[in-house]
Structure formats: C-alpha cells, structure tokens
Design a protein around this ligand. Sequence first.
Ligand SMILES: [Zn+2]
Length: 323
Amino acid sequence: MTPGPPRWIVGVDIGGTSLRAGMVPFAGGEPVAVVTGPSRPEEGAPQMVRRVVGMVRDSMESLGEEAAGIGIGVPGPLDRARGIVIEAPNLGWRDLPLRDMVARRTGLPVALDNDANCAAYGEWWMGAGRGTQRLIGLTLGTGIGGGIVLGGEIYHGASDSAGEVGHMSVRHPGRTCSCGGRGCVEAYASGPALAARAAEGIDSAPNSSLATLVREGPGPVTAEAVCGAAAAGDAYAMRVVEEAARILAVAVANLVHLFNPEIIVLGGGLAGAGEVLFGPLRAEARRRTFRPAWEACRIVAARFPATAGMIGAAGVLKRAIHG
Ligand SMILES: [Zn+2]
C-alpha cells in the first residue's frame, strides 16, 4: 500500500502551567483528539519531554491516525536552526535540544517555534487573520507574548528574538518586569499585573465585588476575577481593566506606527474581558496614531483563543517540510 497524502500534523503547545497536543488537519483547521496535562516543570526536562511524547502518541492513537510530523510551540528564546530551547525560565529549561529529543523518540520530523509566534501564525493561517499580509498577534496571559506575521511568514529577526511585544518599554522608568527590565507593557497589562493592581487599590473600593471576594473568600484577587467583575459591570474592576487597556494601547500605537499592520489579534485569558478591554484600548490607540495607519488596522479578538498555538505549531511544521 502506498501512503496517501499527509492528512494530519500533531500540534503541541508547551506552557508554564499546561501541556497540550492535538491532531491538526494538514490543510489547516481546529485540532481534534486534544490531550492535555499539567506542565510540572519541577519534574525536570527529561521527564517533561517524555510526557510530551506520550501525549503526542495518545493523540495519534485516539484518532487512529499517523501524523506527518510534530510542530511544537515553546516559550523562551530558541535557536530554531539547531532545534534548541536556549532558555525557558518558567520551565526551568536551558540549552535543551528539544527538537531532536522528540524526533528521536517518535521517528517523526519535528519543528519548533516560539509559543506566541505559533499563536499569531495560527490566527493568520486559520483564524481572525486569514488572508492578511501583515498581522501582529498578542497573547495576554501570565505574560504578554507577541508574534509578527508578514507576507505569510513569521518575522523572526536576526536571532529568533523578534516579536517580544510584552517587553516593549511603555513607561520610564516604570515598574519592574518579570524579565528584570523596567517599564515593559507586561508589567502593567499581564494577568498577574492586573491582579496585583486590583489588590493594591482594593481598600478604596469597599463596595466592589472584588473587595467582597477578598473579605469573604475565596480571594485573593485573580486576573480572571478582575475580568469577570469588569465584564459584569463592577465599576472598580472596570477602572483597573481600563487602566491596563490604556497602557496596552501605548504598545499597540507603537506597533501601528512601526508596522502599519492590517490586523492586530488579541488572544489569551485577558482578551476574554471583551469590550471592557477593547473599548478603551481602541479609543486610546486611535488618539495616538496617524489616521491612515489607524484606519487600515483592525483590532480584534482571536478566533482560536485556546488552540491557536497548536494550530500555528502544526503550520510551522508544514512550512518546514513542504515550504
Ligand atoms: Zn520585560
């Protein structure tokens, strides 16, 4: 029997809290037979990689199909040419030859890219940015990830480090960021930053549902709680989200001036806040940008907020084996 054309690619999304693998149609689409598990970085890299390989096998077996290869989205600076994760602090990985470790154990071709690049590429390939030539994707979660897709290609820069939107400086000198720098947009508009800001001012808003949460449990304030309360119309939570949105708008305005993109796609947990976030973000970014650039750019929510990373990782593998 001669093998038919490839039908599936395994897309893998490796994050600081969870791991996900799913079968993505070769022609593109949402992953099926998705397998998830906790990251448990404390187990160490070899054990984590073994579990990732197990999830890849489980995903293929549950669909009863082989895959043409495996695309992996992973945090941290990478050396894509050598398939190495140079540093992923949330995972405790350093100089990990992830591509070859997974390829050796599965016998399949493997390609790596940055997790936020994969999410942006997934939205470009199959999601909100289909058919566009200049897309910037932002993932608003524990950190703020970014990816730039120009002419259907992820823009990687000179050393695979482009698209670090979360570490654009928007305040001087500014708050300390998880990267060790100061004034990064991530220090103001990430999930933990939003939760911290809400907790800081909580005494000034005793009637907020967030204050009740802290007083009567289950507290402490989380980013999800802030977004939920804001979406439900809680005035204090709305103020906190709006403040983050306005700072995020500074980064968005910078991106609009620099790249003149057609679309900026926002994914990740915070994007789920909806109009409470998007309204002030658009209003502030519009005030800060040249009109022709602003009018050419749509700012939209991701179509695949949870799975764009897997879809994009599969797209990266497809690109690597088929050009
Ligand atoms: Zn930073």
